[in-house]
Structure formats: structure tokens, C-alpha cells
Design a protein around this ligand. Sequence first.
Ligand code: ADP
Length: 266
Amino acid sequence: VRVTFTPIHRREGGIAGTIAVLQDVTEQENLEESRREFVANVSHELRTPLTTIKSYVEALDDGALEDPQLAVRFVGVIRNETERMIRLVTDLLHLSRLDSKEALLRIQQTDITEMLEDVADRFSFQIRQKRIDISTRVRRDVSTAWLDRDQIDQVLGNLVSNALKYTPEGGTIELEALKNEDGMLSISVRDSGIGIPKKDIERIFERFYRVDKARSRNMGGTGLGLSIAREIVKAHGGSISLQSELNEGSKVTFTLPLNEQRGSEA
Ligand code: ADP
């Protein structure tokens, strides 16, 4: 609570009394606090790869260049770190566009089966490499829906990419679309992977929140995939949730309105 006192002066001099204003600033402070935390996180996330790049460049400068094998390895590390920084900045720009509501949705009628199979195809190389069994299932009453295809492609891409990252070789990934009890289109991505501890599930959609920072980093993650997915789904008027059992797998479900009218608003 912020308190401001304003004295009331008598015309003839002296003070007649004081007005005290009590203002509830909890919300403002929370916002300020989360902004500070976000800036600290971004700085840290950018500083880490920059420090790595700097030390590898110095090592090359100090003689590693003379050893071609070593030099190739070091250049590889530098390239990886640079690519991750580019991904991070791209994700940040995308988030800031979503935050500013600048990103208008381009709603179009979309074939759901085609959309799900398309995302599976995009990852076919990694899927084959990890011998993952992927399946898609679309119920007949949701064969088409009105949505921003590019944005929902990104949501699905983030979810399938996570499912792949956090599922060991030989696992399964299931994509399913159905009409839920509220009449919404519900799309889920289920994996048989490492799962998420109960205590982390609640915070998993927060920006930069990760169960295992080192593992996420090694996998090339930015820690922003789920928060971007949540913003896109929210912009469509839907919601997103995650269920998970440690060592058994995770299931992320998001809903979208099936309502055709939205199409004309775009
Ligand atoms: P990241 O780039 O780290 O993958 P995300 O925002 O996509 O960032 O996910 C945040 C964190 O949630 C991940 O670091 C990981 O700990 C956890 N996570 C997300 N999806 C899964 C999944 N399918 N299985 C297990 N853990 C997951």
C-alpha cells in the first residue's frame, strides 16, 4: 500500500488537517517485479552464449588456430551458440509482438488432418533418427476449423519439438484433435517421455521457466517455447494446459473456438 499525506492549509495560516490517501499498488509492483525479472533473465540468457563465444574466440587467437582439428571443433561451438542466440532473439521479438497485440490474426479455414500431418512431416528426420512412433488422429466433427495457420503451426511445432526433445529413443508421440465438452476444438500432443515433476507443472508456461536448465540448453532450447504457445492460443480465444507424470510422459492440450464467424473478422 502506498500512503500519501496532503496537509490542508488554513487561509489564515496553520494546518487544519491532513488528507491521507491509501493506494493499493500490489498489482503495479507485481508487474514491475516481473518486468525486472524478465530483463534479468534475458540479459543472463544472452550473456551465457556471449561468454562462451568470447572464450572460444580467445582460445583460437591463443594458438588453437594452428591445430586444424581443434579449430574446426571450436568454430562449431561458436556457430551453435550464435544460432541459439538468433533463436532466442527471434523468440523474444515474436513474444513482444504478441504482447503488443500488434500481431493480427489471419484467420482462415484450415484442414486439421492436413495441419497435423504437416507438422509430423516437418520433424520426420528427427522422428526417424530417434525411432519415435508418431500417430495423428482427428475426429470427424473437427475436420476443419478457423484459425491462423502460421501461428498454430508454430504452437504445434513448439509442442512436437518438446515432445521429441524430452522423449527417449523408441518412444511414442500422439497428436489428437477432437471436439471437447465445451464445443471447442481441442488439440493435444502426448509423449511417452521423461515427464515433469508435479512442483514444476504450475510454472511451466512462464517465460524462461525450465525444469532442467542444463538439459534444455544442451537441447538448444530457449525456455520460451511454451510461453509463446500460450500467447498464441490466448490470442485465438483458447486456453492451454499440461498434464504430466514423471518418467511416464506429458500431454499438452490446447483449445480453439470452432466458431466459423471468426473468419470474417480477420
Ligand atoms: P525449452 O526451450 O527449454 O524447451 P519450453 O518453454 O518449450 O522451453 O519448455 C519449458 C520447459 O518445460 C522445458 O525446459 C522442459 O523442462 C519442460 N518441458 C516442456 N515440454 C516437455 C515435455 N514434452 N516433456 C518434458 N518436459 C517438458
